[in-house]
Design a binder for this molecule. Structure first.
Ligand SMILES: NC(=O)c1ccc[n+]([C@@H]2O[C@H](COP(=O)([O-])OP(=O)(O)OC[C@H]3O[C@@H](n4cnc5c(N)ncnc54)[C@H](OP(=O)(O)O)[C@@H]3O)[C@@H](O)[C@H]2O)c1
Length: 439
């Protein structure tokens, strides 16, 4: 059986995924095909990438709006990488076919309402066929999910496996562009998704979680954000980050899935975060005032786009066209730095401990780094008997990057020269800070 099918390979992100897989250092260890609705366009993608050689990548004609063609295509593969968006419009049939046929599915959606829909419709089916459905394997939401996972691992490595987490915050510095496909997905969410689902996606951090915990509902009126202060480090102010609600929903789903496995009478498991976990995410700002003004601007823009159709019309006219995205030069110039600070749960007998996890990426995070992250997620799934994969990866269902891939993905990204990952305990003490690198 061939290994990977890249759907949407003729699109902006799909072409980057195809290029990454084609030149992957372990290329000889896996086979892959590219899929799309136009064979000539697929062949053109291959010849643009490698004009001299062609034979090692097959092309598969598939229209995702035609259920029979999707089913024929996906059942022949172990893993589908889906880059056909907007997912609200095009994604459901592909997930249905994968869940039904036991094919694994990873994608790059950031559409919370669609992820909720596929959990409701296909989680149970996927668990019966062993199909792993893992949405949001790109910039949304691998770095956020992975940063919290690493912070948890570092705390547990220092203070014992039964250590539980308290407050966790992630501050992102994202330097990158936007594709026409991303804009189309944003506008689809504003126009076609029921308002109730849009509100849930924006303000309810537990929208995708099987359980509810201590994180408060997000407030449309909140303007100021900041990382918890660590003695010895300057205060990091923040602002509302449009990608944060989806990332927070994925992180809380990871928390909820892990927490659901822990029975109330048992000790916390080595992977669960614990009942007192709460999570917050934002983007970096240089100060309190600039952060508040940026949040205000972002929230006003969001409200205009949601309730004022001419604003969407205008954005469609001035934004990037479908199929286009940042130039090659801009792809190289982009970067990301994700900083997570997580504390242990408050306790009357132990002082709270803190961990700082940093994930840095070189290249446009939304596209160049996304193509790497989603490809490495797919490669994790080629051997689901790997004992280092989380137990849940052997059962199937709609999971999150960390509940499906855990440390196997961390190690894959650590080996990639574009990523740098570190996680260190920062202990508060009378003398100041005692920081120690652990990973
Ligand atoms: N979360 C993240 O981190 C992240 C990062 C990047 C992108 N994204 C998301 O990924 C999606 C794609 O973005 P993009 O910029 O790559 O979009 P794009 O350039 O517009 O590509 C869309 C792809 O979907 C294909 N497609 C459309 N309708 C189809 C159908 N009926 N059957 C088969 N294929 C069909 C297109 O094929 P044709 O060439 O034939 O039109 C094209 O290959 C968007 O939803 C975007 O938001 C998310």
């Amino acid at each position: 059986m061939p290994d990977i099918l890249v759907l949407g390979a003729t699109g902006y992100t799909g072409r980057l995924i195809t290029r990454y897989l084609r030149t992957h250092p372990s290329r000889s260890m896996f086979s892959f095909s590219i899929g799309g609705r136009s064979k000539p366009k697929l062949l053109a993608v291959l010849s643009e990438l490698h004009p001299d050689s062609g034979g090692d990548v097959e092309v598969v004609e598939v229209d995702v709006t035609d259920d029979a063609s999707v089913e024929r295509a996906v059942r022949a593969f172990k893993v589908v990488i889906n880059a056909v968006g907007p997912f609200w419009t095009y994604g459901t049939g592909v997930v249905r076919a994968c869940a039904k046929n036991g094919t694994h599915h990873v994608d790059i959606t950031a559409e919370t309402a669609w992820v909720k829909l596929i959990i409701e419709q296909f989680d149970a089916l996927a668990r019966t066929t062993g199909s792993l459905i893992v949405p949001s394997c790109g910039l949304d939401s691998v770095p956020s999910d992975m940063a919290v996972h690493l912070s948890s691992q570092t705390l547990k490595a220092h203070f014992g496996l039964d250590t539980t987490l308290g407050a966790s915050s992630t501050c992102s510095m994202i330097n990158g562009g936007m594709s026409g496909g991303t804009l189309a997905s944003l506008l689809t969410a504003m126009e076609n998704v029921p308002r109730e689902s849009v509100h849930g996606a924006l303000w309810n951090p537990y929208e995708l979680s099987p359980l509810k915990g201590l994180t408060k509902l997000s407030s449309p009126l909140r303007l100021h954000y900041r990382l918890p202060s660590i003695p010895g480090s300057p205060v990091q102010h923040g602002a509302f980050f449009p990608l944060a609600p989806h990332n927070a929903a994925i992180v809380h789903r990871t928390w909820g899935i892990l927490q659901r496995q822990t029975s109330p009478s048992s000790l916390p498991s080595s992977s669960s975060y614990g009942p007192e976990f709460s999570y917050d995410e934002f983007c970096a700002a240089s100060g309190w005032l600039s952060g508040s003004l940026f949040s205000l601007a972002m929230k006003v823009t969001l409200i205009c786009l949601l309730y004022f159709p001419p604003a969407r019309w205008w954005l469609r006219r001035v934004g990037p066209a479908v199929g286009s995205g940042p130039s090659e030069e801009a792809l190289e110039q982009g970067s990301m730095e994700i900083v997570n600070v997580t504390s242990t749960a408050p306790s009357s007998s132990e002082p709270q401990a803190h961990v700082k996890t940093v994930i840095r990426g070189r290249g446009d995070p939304g596209y160049l780094l996304t193509s790497i992250m989603v490809s490495e997620c797919a490669l994790c799934l080629l051997d689901t008997s790997n004992p280092n994969l989380p137990e849940m990866a052997r059962r199937g269902g709609v999971l999150t990057p960390m509940t499906a891939f855990g440390d196997v993905l961390v190690e894959r990204l650590r080996k990639n020269e574009r990523f740098e990952i570190e996680s260190a305990v920062v202990r508060m003490s009378g003398q100041g800070v005692d920081g120690k690198k652990t990973r």
